[in-house]
Design a binder for this molecule. Structure first.
Ligand SMILES: NC(=O)c1ccc[n+]([C@@H]2O[C@H](COP(=O)([O-])OP(=O)(O)OC[C@H]3O[C@@H](n4cnc5c(N)ncnc54)[C@H](O)[C@@H]3O)[C@@H](O)[C@H]2O)c1
Length: 324
């Protein structure tokens, strides 16, 4: 069983730690967080996912460290899951790779394109495995859509629109105005989920158009050398407003609709009638299973390679350039 340490025990660190414990295929051997005080206090309800149903006692038994070096010297992990604010992604990933560890790095990859490129190169040199945690690629409800696009069971895709909106985060580092400024706004923090998903389905677009941009709200149209029209919209709402993500897709012979308010159902409509397709499962758990698989088989992820996570960063750069 591969031994995993989680770096950064805020919202996503807690989610990954829980999923590692519950996975049955990975062992949580350490938690690294440089915060002072009890890092387990108040963990049950952070982030935008509601109550997390945590194995609190098991989490509390996990050794806690202030630095990665201390963790490596004491409990010798095989891999780390990095869940720190974006401005620390580059340094900590580099440090982990140089310590001969495999890395699952929370999205987005790194703020600068050169940093992403350098880490991809270092991963190859060190013969380690690096995956950026683009969980929507692994969310069964989105994978269902990706499969329908691939196998054309409803014919060819005509258009797809996705939406992702929620209150600006109120937890963790988002409370620090200086760090908040480094998180990349709604484009890099939130909409990158859909941009990466679309990139997963179709590759890099030929062109991108910003149809609407106001504060932290975006409406973006992606143009490809095929006929389907793709639009992505969303952003941050006022703090403490509910989070909702959804998609609608129309194919030659049917349409699909999904919304996180009804998380286990994808609605399909065709000339023959409507169908509520049950699609259960959790993107974070599926992504972790995939990471466990690649570090066991020692193969770079075919489903979420770091080069493609770099493309998502390039896409965000191109979108931002349109409004500057
Ligand atoms: N996949 C998703 O759906 C999703 C959702 C939210 C956040 N994220 C990503 O997860 C990452 C973390 O976001 P979050 O919301 O969990 O943040 P957070 O503020 O809740 O947690 C960050 C944690 O990192 C710790 N930390 C900071 N510097 C550190 C250091 N040098 N060493 C060790 N620990 C350190 C902080 O003390 C804090 O506990 C970001 O990259 C964010 O984009 C992903």
């Amino acid at each position: 069983m591969k031994r995993i340490a989680v770096i950064g025990f805020g919202f996503m660190g807690v989610v990954h730690a829980k999923n590692i414990i519950n996975s049955g295929i990975l062992e949580l051997c350490g938690i690294i967080d440089n915060r002072s005080g009890d890092i387990f206090a108040g963990i049950a309800n952070t982030g935008n996912q509601g109550a997390l149903d945590l194995p609190v006692e098991r989490l509390r038994q996990t050794p806690v460290f202030k630095t990665l070096e201390e963790c490596v010297n004491t409990v010798q992990p095989d891999a780390v899951v990095i869940c720190v604010p974006l401005f620390l992604h580059y340094n900590l990933t580099k440090k982990a790779l140089n310590l001969e560890l495999d890395v699952l790095l929370e999205k987005p990859f790194c703020p600068k394109i050169e940093q992403c490129r350098e880490l991809i190169k270092l991963t190859e040199e060190k013969k380690r495995l690096l995956m950026v945690a683009h969980c929507i690629r692994f969310a069964p409800q989105y994978e269902f859509l990706a499969q329908c696009i691939r196998d054309e069971r409803y014919g060819k895709l005509r258009w797809l629109t996705t939406s992702r909106m929620g209150g600006e985060p109120t937890w963790g580092v988002w409370q620090n105005p200086k760090i908040k400024k480094t998180c990349g706004g709604s484009l890099l923090d939130l909409l990158i989920h859909d941009l990466d998903f679309v990139n997963y389905c179709f590759g890099a677009p030929a062109d991108v158009k910003v149809n609407l941009h106001c504060d932290e709200y975006w409406e973006v149209a992606l143009q490809y050398n095929h006929e389907a029209a793709i639009s992505i919209k969303g952003g941050f709402l006022h703090r403490n407003t509910a989070f909702v993500a959804e998609y609608a897709a129309t194919f030659e012979r049917g349409s699909l609709r999904f919304c996180t308010l009804q998380p286990d159902v994808v609605h399909a409509g065709t000339d023959d009638g409507s169908q509520a397709v049950t699609v259960t499962g959790d993107g974070y758990c599926e992504e972790l299973k995939h990471f466990a698989d690649i570090i066991t088989t020692r193969t770079q992820s075919p489903r979420c390679p770091p080069e493609s996570s770099l493309q998502a960063i390039e896409l965000c750069r191109d979108i931002r350039a349109k409004v500057e």
